[in-house]
Design a protein around this ligand. Structure first.
Ligand code: HEC
Length: 156
């Protein structure tokens, strides 16, 4: 028995210590890698700016669809049809106050003969009972022109 022991013991000690050292090295290496990854993420998270600015051309996230639609609505001028329906129709839809009625080609023919510029200046300045800008104070000249073009297109 003591013979066997004396044969094994010189081997056991170096093998054990080698295994122990290898184990310690492995654990140390693994935990270093893990904590490096973790702290890098934490660091990036901590120094992240509160808001992010996207420069045109950068990979910016798509804006919310709702915000997008609002922006488009605000940016686009109103169509001639919309302006006509919201303002001009009050008189031009019924012929009220002697307004040339939309759809009445005979009433519009002599007016169309003035040309779009003449009609536009009548609409901007008013003409007899026709109030300046057709009461649409917020309409731009281009809006009025679009509304006139819409009315003409329906009255030929
Ligand atoms: C309060 C009623 C009223 C409203 C609202 C109104 N109009 Fe008129 N419009 C008239 C009347 C009345 C005439 C006819 C004027 C005349 O010839 O004496 C007229 C004539 C016109 C003419 C013909 C002008 C010409 O030189 O012959 C144009 C163009 C016109 N309106 C555009 C518009 C547009 C565009 C709007 C809406 C933005 C509008 N009107 C809103 C009453 C109105």
């Amino acid at each position: 028995m003591s013979q066997v022991k004396s044969f094994i013991s010189p081997l056991v000690t170096p093998i054990c210590s080698f295994a122990a050292v290898a184990f310690v090295l492995t654990v140390t290496a693994l935990s270093t890698v893990a904590s490096a990854e973790g702290s890098k993420e934490m660091l990036l998270e901590n120094i992240k700016p509160v808001g992010q600015v996207y420069v045109a051309g950068e990979n910016a996230p798509e804006p919310e669809p709702a915000a997008n639609a609002d922006a488009a609505a605000a940016a686009e001028p109103k169509s001639g049809e919309e302006i006509y329906n919201s303002t001009c129709m009050a008189c031009h839809g019924t012929g009220a106050a002697g307004a040339p009625k939309v759809g009445d080609a005979a009433a519009w023919a002599p007016r169309i003969a003035k040309g779009i510029d003449g009609l536009l200046s009548s609409a901007i300045n008013g003409l007899n009972v026709m109030p300046p800008r057709g009461t649409c104070a917020t309409c731009s000249d281009a809006d009025l022109k679009a509304a006139i073009e819409y009315m003409i297109s329906k009255s030929q």
